[in-house]
Ligand binder design. Structure first.
Ligand code: MG
Length: 264
């Protein structure tokens, strides 16, 4: 199944839905939090309405440095950490397909990061690695947009990765997928920038869910970004960035700037 959040043409109401070809069929509620039934309503065609971020999480947990060649691509002396590096993005950073990434500081280097995202379907606390994938409801594509100047300047990554629009996600959540060896690609204006597979992860999705669940309880609907492969690069106003995960689809976002830059 492919799960979407959707506005019909001219509508303000947000619907959860199932994708049936290009048609969106209505669901009675958030399918990641309890039983959502098909309403029988046809909400519209993909081309006629707008897709929203296909998740409504309490938190977005992210993993840094989970592909070997990315660890050293900007600093050859950097060592692979002994354990996963965790950080978080606020849900206010979420952005749907086709919406604009608004660069906060156009004079900074702001990079794309193509990532496989996991969506949690059952509360997960202290789960063993062997059972961890049973807690996943589905998979989608994400772009961990990152201000490199602020990452260095701040020493931690809340601001650098937490601006509004810095977490594009979608276009939908695919519930049936073997994630062992999925292509992970980013393109900027059609040029391929990142091109790896999930088989190159240092820590597997199952290990990451288990590891994170020993730190914090994962709630249904929560999202985990599993890290990005080598090939990250800058985004500039006017660009279009695409993140494609094999078996899921293409997440496409134009890039612009904020109307007013944030205070320094
Ligand atoms: Mg990342």
């Amino acid at each position: 199944m492919r799960i979407v959040r959707f506005h019909g043409p001219g509508e303000e109401v947000v619907h959860w839905g199932l994708l049936d070809g290009r048609q969106v069929r209505g669901l009675s509620g958030d399918p990641f939090r309890g039983a959502a039934e098909e309403t029988g309503d046809l909400l519209g065609d993909l081309g006629s309405g707008a897709l929203l971020p296909p998740v409504d999480p309490t938190k977005i947990v992210c993993v840094g440095l989970n592909y070997l060649a990315h660890v050293t691509e900007r600093d050859p002396t950097r060592k692979v950490p002994d354990e996963p590096v965790l950080f978080m993005k606020p849900p206010s950073a979420l952005l749907g397909p086709k919406e604009s990434i608004r660069i906060a500081f156009p004079d900074h280097r702001t990079d794309h990061e193509a990532e496989l995202a996991l969506v949690i379907g059952r509360r997960a606390s202290n789960v063993p690695e062997t059972d961890a994938l049973d807690y996943v409801a589905g998979y989608t594509a994400a772009n961990d947009v990152s201000d490199r100047d602020l990452q260095k300047q701040d020493g931690q990554w809340v601001r650098a990765k937490g601006f509004d629009t810095y977490c594009p996600i979608g276009p939908w959540v695919e519930t049936e997928l073997d994630i062992a060896n999925l292509p992970v690609q980013s393109r900027v204006n059609g040029d391929v920038r990142q091109n790896q597979t999930t088989a190159s992860m240092i820590w597997s999705p199952a290990f990451l869910i288990s590891y994170i669940s020993r730190v914090m309880t994962l709630e249904p609907g929560d999202v985990i970004l599993t890290g990005t492969p080598e090939g990250v690069g800058p985004l500039r106003p006017g660009d279009t960035v695409e993140i494609e995960i094999g078996g899921i689809g293409v997440l496409r976002n134009p890039v612009t700037t904020r109307e007013a830059p944030p205070n320094r």
